[in-house]
Design a protein around this ligand. Structure first.
Ligand code: KIV
Ligand code: ZN
Length: 503
């Protein structure tokens, strides 16, 4: 049987932007819309034009710029909202007005203060009016999953007769569960006589953590458009996550009679962009795009993945645009993962040295949550390869300030003989490095410098990691640790120079 396409309607810029704490300016919305275009979503809901002048402008700019996708604008059932949406979308190549009104007893009684007939009339009039601006009209009976089914069937039938082309069934408050939602979709398809004239869509919220499961249950039961957001952002607990829906359909394709047009290799990049611009971080264990989604720490898992990736990974990382998975070295890691990382860092140790290094690694891992490459380098250098201390820092004094030229005086011992030099520089670290260069006379360039605090508080230990490059483009790393960051910088530099001399 030929598979049917399920339309991916992205509402990151509308429902996603309604997330508490998220606010995107027009340029940011355009940047995200362009990335959604590269991701190849079918519909971009660009915003709610009547809600503010900025929203209007954002929808209108996106409509002008993106010509190969349907651009949707949200509108309540009022003439003013529909006119605003119509105007904002006037330059779109494929405009869609998405109009909605609540149909659940609780929302009609307390929020709208309208009865069934009034809601029905407003919906029909809104769809008819919206058709003056576009041939593509989507109607949503808000809070559908808490609405009376008979009323839902009636209103859906009437809006289709009024000209709706898509009918979307929202689980506005994230209340339903997969079996119940599947039945609702089947019931709608069996009870609304003209249902085959339109695309049936679903829009699920995640209040019970079921938005993706509910959306997939709907797809299995005939829904052919899914509304979702990148990283699952959205009102309250969020919306169904686009990447989870798309990857479920792709990875378990034998269970679905549908496919999506999404370029999955763009998923990770899109997730990072949305998180950076919206300011909403992605939780580390988030499916598909979380930092830990392709990270393995347990020794048994690392061993399995190194022997055959699919033992513990159901998605090849490159399918979502990642280079590979990560083996996190920590106290749960085993010898296989540690050896692999050592080899990647260029260290091929004898089995005796490997045994010694592994003992050191386990000791450190008991004290430190995650073991980084610099820690591994230090284990090898301090415990196995023993860098000869040709140069040793004896004394350092720096004078700096916002009105002073930074100046450093450094004393270094070389084979027991102490040499002193002074130098100015662009900053205190530069002054120190120039003074060291005068003593050691080593032709290297600093190509990387990073400083981090390894303990908390004002008296935190600073750890400096650097890389220098010689004329033959060989790299030497150096590490220095001190409560004084200038001293840590000097120690790191001398450490790298000692390695140069060992070579
Ligand atoms: O959750 C909801 O009901 C909505 C509608 C506007 C579709 O976002
Ligand atoms: Zn919603």
């Amino acid at each position: 049987m030929d598979k049917e396409k399920v339309i991916i309607f992205d509402t990151t810029l509308r429902d996603g932007e309604q997330s508490p704490g998220a606010s995107l300016n027009i340029e940011e919305k355009i940047e995200i819309a362009q990335q959604l275009n590269r991701l190849n979503v079918d519909v971009i809901e660009a915003g709610f034009p009547a809600s503010s002048a900025g929203e209007f402008e954002a929808v209108s700019s996106i409509a002008k710029k993106i010509k190969n996708k349907i651009i949707a604008g949200l509108a309540r059932v009022t003439r003013k909202d529909i006119e605003q949406a119509g105007m904002a979308l006037k330059d779109a190549a494929h405009p869609r007005i998405h109009t909605f009104i609540a149909t659940s007893p609780i929302q009609m009684k307390y929020k709208l203060k309208m009865d069934d007939d009034e809601v029905l009339r407003s919906a029909v009039n809104a769809v008819k009016y919206a058709r003056r601006f576009s041939d593509d009209i989507e109607f949503s009976p808000e809070d559908a999953t808490r609405s009376k089914k008979q009323f839902l069937y009636r209103i859906i039938e009437k809006v289709i007769n009024a000209g709706a082309t898509v009918v979307n069934i929202p689980d506005t408050v994230g209340y339903t569960i997969p079996e119940e939602f599947a039945l609702l979709i089947r019931d709608i398809r069996n009870s609304v006589p003209n249902i085959n004239k339109i695309v049936l869509s679903v829009h699920c919220h995640d209040d019970l953590g079921l938005a993706v499961a509910n959306s997939l249950a709907a797809v299995v039961n005939g829904a052919r458009q899914v509304e979702c957001t990148i990283n699952g952002i959205g009102e309250r607990a969020g919306n169904a996550s686009l990447e989870e829906i798309v990857m479920s359909i792709k990875i378990r394709n034998a269970l679905f009679s549908v496919y999506t047009g999404i370029k999955t290799e763009e998923i990770y990049r899109t997730s990072r962009l949305v998180s950076t611009l919206s300011g909403i971080p992605v939780q580390p264990n988030k499916a598909i795009v979380g930092r830990n989604a392709f990270a393995h720490e347990a020794g048994i898992h690392q061993d399995g993945v190194l022997k055959k990736r699919a033992t513990y990974e159901i998605i090849p990382p490159r399918v979502i645009g990642l280079k590979g998975s990560r083996l996190i070295l920590g106290k749960h890691s085993g010898r296989h993962g540690f050896k692999k990382r050592l080899e990647e860092l260029g260290h091929r140790l004898s089995s005796r040295d490997m045994g010694k290094a592994f003992v050191q690694f386990k000791k450190l891992a008991d004290k430190k949550k995650e073991i980084f490459d610099e820690d591994i380098e230090a284990i090898v250098e301090e415990g196995i390869e023993k860098i000869p201390q040709l140069f040793r820092l004896e004394y350092i004094q720096v004078s700096t300030g916002n009105q002073t030229i930074p100046t450093a005086t450094v004393k270094i011992s070389k084979k027991g003989k102490i040499v002193q030099e002074a130098s100015c520089g662009d900053g205190p670290v530069d002054a120190v490095y120039r003074a060291i260069d005068r003593i050691t006379r080593v032709p290297v360039n600093l190509v990387d410098y990073s400083l981090k605090a390894v303990t908390g508080g004002k008296d935190a230990m600073g750890e400096v990691n650097i890389k220098v490059e010689d004329k033959r483009k060989r790299l030497f790393s150096g590490r220095g640790l001190s409560t004084d960051v200038i001293e840590a910088s000097a120690l790191a530099y001398i450490n790298a120079i000692n390695k140069f001399f060992r070579k």
